[in-house]
Design a protein around this ligand. Structure first.
Ligand SMILES: C[S@@+](CC[C@H](N)C(=O)[O-])C[C@H]1O[C@@H](n2cnc3c(N)ncnc32)[C@H](O)[C@@H]1O
Length: 256
């Protein structure tokens, strides 16, 4: 279950990557655009800001997230569906966009396949994927999980699947040689350590919340907070800097 309110609490921090990805695609003309894993519509809003004239479809598995998306962007079509499966029934697209989505798929190579199958010639595949595995917060989470190993023994099955930037490059370069790839560290200025835990509650901790009961959840969050506090220093103004590493991929489907 996704909690759309917790997710949207950090909209300022979460939206910038889709704005940046859109700006790097440039001012091309697209007839049909898919925003896969559109969530509450934050990424879709970045697309809509530039391509209002296009037919934009936002697709997501979570009805709760989609409700927010529909309310935010009434003129966009939002559909509930599992984007880990082929989407040939949706027709072809000129841009397949995904922001902070691919990491939730168990078999991510399939999504690259399915997307390139449905792109028109010259169409664009554009994705932003968090490199959470390279962030100190991931080690804090792993250390915390160890303390709850009995309860969380199957947690890896529902956590997001982390690949390296090079592995993602390989997935894309099998399908096109027109590639842009870059990494940005977004340095979020947090009021205190608890805000980092709160930020993670909207995404990375979602699988843990599904397994732990309320009191276990509280103990888990306290332990994670301790680990986060040991890892991220407090600045002289009292704030805590939380660098968040994100990978960007743009690939153009060759014209045959
Ligand atoms: C971190 S959110 C990103 C939302 C949005 N793209 C944004 O930039 O704010 C990830 C989204 O992926 C969706 N998701 C996860 N697995 C999915 C699947 N198999 N099919 C469709 N959506 C999925 C979740 O429901 C969630 O809304």
């Amino acid at each position: 279950m996704w909690d759309a309110d917790i997710y949207n609490r950090y909209n300022k921090e979460r939206i910038q990557s889709s704005v940046d990805l859109v700006s790097r695609i440039g001012h091309k003309k697209f007839d049909r655009i898919l925003d896969a894993g559109c969530g509450t519509g934050m990424s879709t809003a970045s697309i809509y800001a530039v391509w209002k004239e296009s037919k934009i479809i936002g697709a997501d598995l979570s009805e709760e997230m989609l409700q927010k998306a529909r309310a935010a962007l009434p003129s966009v079509t939002f559909v509930q569906r599992d984007c880990s499966k082929p989407f040939s029934d949706m027709g072809n697209f000129d841009l397949i966009f995904s922001n902070a989505f691919i990491q939730w798929l168990p078999n991510q190579e399939d999504f690259f396949n399915n997307s390139f199958a449905m792109l028109n010639d010259g169409g664009i595949f554009a994705a932003q994927i968090p490199l959470f595995g390279e962030m100190p917060a991931n080690q804090c989470l792993i250390d915390t999980e160890k303390k709850f190993a009995g309860k969380l023994k199957n947690i890896d099955e529902s956590k997001f699947v982390l690949h390296s930037a090079v592995e993602y490059y390989e997935m894309l370069s099998k399908r096109t040689d027109k590639i842009s790839i870059w990494i940005t560290d977004y340095v979020h200025e947090m009021e205190d350590h608890s805000k980092i835990v709160d930020f993670l509650s909207g995404t990375a901790l979602r699988p843990h919340f599904e397994i732990l009961n309320e009191s276990e959840r509280k103990c888990f969050l306290d332990e994670l907070l301790k680990n986060i506090a040991k890892t991220y220093p407090i600045q002289s103004n009292g704030k805590v800097l939380f660098p968040f590493k994100r990978l960007f991929l743009i690939g153009e489907k060759s014209i045959k």
